[in-house]
Ligand binder design. Structure first.
Ligand code: PTJ
Length: 247
């Protein structure tokens, strides 16, 4: 993270304050919804209990997620108002390293916010941003929340969904997709239905997935091993233990 706030980097809560600043800026720019502020607060509470660190099982999840993205036929990184405000450049970099597409996909969809997020991602180096065609559907969801691109999320075999609403995570799973979820709450429905639940703050998770992807890029055996070594149920209980017992 860079120097965007008037708080010295030595401040014990520097990262947390910078994260809040980014979400505020997202709301001011019409990128993040006001509900996004509430979601961020909820996330922060879990992060505090986790010790604001990437626990070992989350690192394994991030490595497995990198392997799935690299092995995919058609991987898509779904981007909402919180993710784009917090890690715009990092999402663009992950897409570049893994060959995944970026698709804006909103819970509270408005055309203005779709455009503003696509523009923000382009400012951070994205060359192509999907989501604006809106010619595909996630079955089982009402119109607005089920709208996606036909050549994006609808046809993807692997989707990375940061901070997803539980209903939509479930519906994507029912479409048979390999779902990689970033969510600080191990008890959330999104985390529970994910192929790979990443219980970590998105600001730490995305750069770490990218680092793993760089390492695994030319090594199919190591990719297979990363997927093999990961156990979703184990990762969820390890995170819950870390939160409850500080382990
Ligand atoms: O931009 P939109 O319209 O697509 O809306 C996005 C939000 C996030 C507002 C919407 O999807 C929503 O309401 O989500 P929920 O149901 O509040 O779930 C968000 C989940 O993300 C919660 O379980 C939070 O704990 C978690 N979360 C919040 N901030 C972070 C996080 N997980 C990882 N990193 C964070 N920084």
């Amino acid at each position: 993270m860079s120097d965007e706030v008037e708080v010295p980097e030595s401040h014990p809560r520097y990262e947390s304050l910078l994260t809040r600043h980014r979400i505020e800026r997202g709301v001011d720019r019409g990128i993040t919804s006001r509900q996004g502020l509430i979601a961020q607060g909820r996330g922060e509470a879990y992060d505090y209990l986790l010790g604001e660190r990437t626990i070992q099982s989350a690192d394994r999840a991030e490595r497995a997620a990198a392997a799935y993205l690299l092995q995919a036929e058609n991987a898509v990184i779904s981007v909402n108002g919180n993710a784009s405000a917090l890690v715009p450049g990092e999402l663009v970099e992950l897409a570049e390293v893994t060959g995944a597409a970026l698709e804006v996909n909103l819970f509270n969809r408005t055309e203005e916010r779709m455009e503003a997020i696509a523009e923000f991602l382009r400012e951070h180096g994205a060359t192509e941003v999907l989501g604006l065609e809106a010619d595909g559907r996630i079955p089982g969801l009402d119109h607005e929340r089920g709208t996606v691109d036909a050549d994006g999320i609808e046809s993807a075999d692997v989707v990375l969904v940061p901070l997803e609403d539980g209903d939509r995570a479930e519906a994507l799973g029912e479409m048979g997709k390999t779902e990689l979820v970033v969510d600080l709450n191990p008890l959330s429905r999104s985390a529970q239905v994910a192929t790979v639940p990443i219980i970590d703050n998105i600001v730490r998770a995305i750069p770490n997935v990218t680092d793993h992807a760089r390492e695994l890029r030319d090594d199919p055996d190591a990719q297979a091993a990363a997927i093999e070594a990961f156990d979703a149920a184990e990762a969820l209980s390890a995170a819950e233990r870390a939160i409850r017992e500080g382990e």
